[in-house]
Design a protein around this ligand. Structure first.
Ligand SMILES: [Zn+2]
Length: 148
């Protein structure tokens, strides 16, 4: 009896986790809509060949931030997801779209989408510096001001 209720609990936890993938992205400050996120994640897993320029772009951003990439089996999943999102075009009927984001901002969104808070911290620390223009939040950073 005890075991049974444990199983039920595990199932429920799993389900909650799936349902909340987009929820945790929003909690981390993500602003891309759910449909675009789902499509991009799906594409990044199924696409065989990525745009090499976009892959290189993401690798450069990651490298500057000191994010260690996992390249042993093709490109890193974070880099692949970035390449998918960067390749998206803005539909005519929407006002704001992730295609309008800076490269570093879009990479930050990618990390939020994958729930990689360690890498996100590294990225923000590398680019969000007091007195300089931050390419993620697009502001000249004042002391104590948080990146978003
Ligand atoms: Zn910033």
């Amino acid at each position: 009896m005890k075991e049974q209720s444990f199983e039920a609990g595990a199932d429920m936890q799993r389900q909650t986790k799936e349902n909340n993938a987009y929820g945790s992205y929003r909690t981390l400050g993500g602003i891309i809509n759910e449909k675009d996120c789902v499509i991009a994640l799906d594409k990044s897993e199924k696409t065989a060949a990525f745009n090499k320029t976009l892959i290189q772009q993401a690798e450069n951003i990651a490298e500057r931030a000191g994010i260690v990439l996992e390249n042993s089996d093709g490109a890193d999943p974070r880099v692949k997801l970035y390449a998918v999102l960067r390749a998206d075009n803005k539909p005519e009927d929407v006002k704001y779209h992730h295609s309008q984001m800076s490269d570093q901002r879009l990479f930050a969104e990618t990390l939020r989408m994958l729930g990689d808070t360690d890498a996100l911290d590294k990225l923000v620390n590398a680019y969000h510096k007091v007195g300089t223009h931050c390419p993620i939040c697009l502001k000249v950073v004042a002391s104590g001001e948080q990146c978003r």
